[in-house]
Design a protein around this ligand. Sequence first.
Ligand code: PLP
Length: 298
Amino acid sequence: ELAMAVGAGAGTIVIDNFDDIDRLEKIVTDEQRVLIRVIPDVEADTHEAMATGHAGSKFGLSVPDAVRAAARLRASDRLRLDGVHVHVGSQLLDTAPFARAVEAIASLGELGEHAVYDLGGGLGVRYTYTDQAPTVDEYVRTLTDAARAHLPANARLIIEPGRSLVAESALTLYRAVTVKRGRPRALVAVDGGMGDNLEPMLYGQRFEATVTSRVGGGEPCDLVGRHCESGDTLIRDVPLRAPAVGDLIAVPVTGAYCYSISNNYNGARRPPVVFCHDGEARAVVRRETYEDLLRRDQ
Ligand SMILES: Cc1ncc(COP(=O)(O)O)c(C=O)c1O
C-alpha cells in the first residue's frame, strides 16, 4: 500500500511507526513529504473500539517516540517531515478531547514555521432523538481556538471528517418479514441486520426506526435481523406504529460505517445503494448476487 501511495504520487504519507520509515526509505526515490502519527494520550468519551488517542492505542507513536522518529526523519535525504497527525476517535459528541489533542501535540516542540497539524476526524453525529452533536462551527472553533493557544502562528491545519460528512445522507430500508407479539415487546424481524449494519453490535450504536407508511409513535418493539444469532438486534425497544409483515421499515443515519463494514455473514447478499435527488433515483451499487458470493471459489 505504501508503494501504491508513492507510485500514485501521494503528496503526504502519514507514518505510524518506525517500520513504516524503513519501508518508505526503501521505496521512495524522490522526496516524499510525511507526517508522524502521534498518540496524544487523550481519552475520548466514545465506545472503546472507536477511541484511538488514549495511551494504550495501537495507532501512532507516543510523544517521546515521535520525537525520536522526527530526529530520524530529519536525517533522511528522501523523507521530509512536514508535521504531525492525531486522531482521537470517532463519534465524539463532546469537543473537549479535540482541544486536548491539539495541546498534547504542541508538546512535541517546534516542527517548523509552516508545520502541518493534521487533527484527524471524529466529529459525532445525531443518531437518536436525544443525541446532541456539536455543530460543524462549534467543532471548527474548538480546533482553531486550541491551535491559536498552543500551535505556531503559521501552523497549517488539516481535518479528516468522515462520519459527519456522510452519516445523515443515507437511510436503510428493510422489509418486515415476521412480527411476533405476546412477549414483553413485539419483535419485528427484517430482511437485513448485522450483514448491512454492524454499528449496534460493534459499537453499541443506537439508531431510531419507523414504519415508512406510519411514521412516528407506536408500540415498543425489538427490531432484529435475519442472521443466526441473538446479537443480531438492530434496535432494542424502539417504537414502531402497528408493524406488519410486508411493511417497509426505515432506519435513518446509516450513511457512515454501514456500507463500508457490510459483510456476507450467513451468505447474505449485500443490498444495493441507491442515490436519490429531486425525485430521481439512481442505483450506484447494484444488489449482490449469489454468483458474486461464489466468484472466488475454485
Ligand atoms: C486516521 C483517521 N482519520 C479520520 C477518520 C474519520 O473519522 P470520523 O469518521 O469519525 O470523522 C478515521 C476513521 O477511522 C481515521 O482512522
